[in-house]
Design a protein around this ligand. Structure first.
Ligand code: HEM
Length: 260
């Protein structure tokens, strides 16, 4: 039945639900892939995203992931009680090197934005009507979304203009757009939207998965000993694990997959 509905009749059953607050009031659907309806606009974003996020392409992130993981280990060693902060820093640093603290603050604000359909009837009430204070919140959430969208993108463009060649999703796609002969007027917007969605989608999800892992290891110390033993046996206390060691550490990989 799942095959029948999701594969054979995918054109009717691939859309997602919408909520008044997110879709109509804060209006993130134009920019955020995670809220876009299943249509041609969404498809153009997904196509662009896929160029950098298929299994082969993500290998390009391995170096930076290892580097930031080592930094995380060092931080955890010095102040283990601040582990949430360290994990947040690492996830943000991997997905976007700059502007991490400002954005975590803004994400917290956006997290407070109610997702349910509570606002169906109030949508057209102007802000000056008593009881319509939520419209002020809508305005601030809309600003948060706009800032997350615009600031990193314009900063990247500014740096590119100054000859900075640091490689990123935005810089490489903009450079490619520059040399392309056929362009659409909204090509640049799609790059910007996709970059923002990747940051929003890849940050909290990663942080809370790792926090769940920490919790699980604290609750089940007898399980924690097994991946530790495997790492010590395979690497012989000589070095830290690398991406290339994944195949020789099946129990560690099992723990990672179970956390996900
Ligand atoms: C443990 C980590 C993650 C979890 C649990 C997770 C969960 C989800 C879920 C449940 C959705 C579907 C939302 C819906 O339509 O109802 C989603 C969509 C999405 N996620 Fe993740 N995610 C994770 C990591 C990431 C990362 C690392 C990225 C980016 C690098 C990312 C980018 C996206 C994007 C772009 C979408 C929208 C896809 C589309 O609508 O076509 N996610 N995620």
């Amino acid at each position: 039945m799942a095959y029948e509905l999701f594969d054979k009749r995918s054109s009717i059953y691939s859309d997602r639900t919408s909520t008044t607050m997110i879709n109509d009031l804060v209006r993130t659907t134009r920019w955020n892939i995670g809220f876009q309806p299943y249509d041609g606009w969404w498809r153009r974003h997904r196509r662009l995203m896929h160029t950098s996020f298929h299994p082969k392409a993500v290998e390009a992130f391995h170096l930076i992931q290892v580097k930031h993981t080592r930094n995380l280990l060092r931080r955890l060693l010095h102040s283990p009680e601040r582990y949430t902060r360290h994990i947040m820093h690492t996830a943000g640093a991997i997905i976007m090197r700059r502007m991490v603290s400002t954005f975590n603050l803004r994400m917290t604000l956006l997290g407070k934005c109610p997702k349910g359909p509570r606002y169906d009837n109030e949508i057209y009430i102007p802000v000056w009507v008593p009881g319509a204070e939520f419209q002020r919140k809508v305005a601030s959430w809309r600003q948060v979304t706009k800032d997350m969208l615009e600031l990193p993108f314009s900063e990247t463009k500014r740096r590119m203009g100054q000859g900075n060649t640091e490689l990123s999703f935005v810089s490489s796609n903009l450079s490619e757009l520059d040399i392309r002969t056929t362009k659409d007027i909204d090509d640049e917007e799609i790059i910007k939207n996709t970059a923002m969605t990747i940051f929003i989608g890849g940050n909290d999800t990663t942080v809370h998965t790792i926090r769940a892992f920490v919790l699980a290891m604290a609750l089940y110390p007898e399980v924690q000993k097994k991946p530790q033993q495997e790492i010590d046996d395979v690497l012989g206390l000589q070095r830290l694990p690398e991406v290339a060691d994944m195949d020789t550490l099946p129990y560690v990989m099992g723990v990672c997959k179970e956390s996900l």
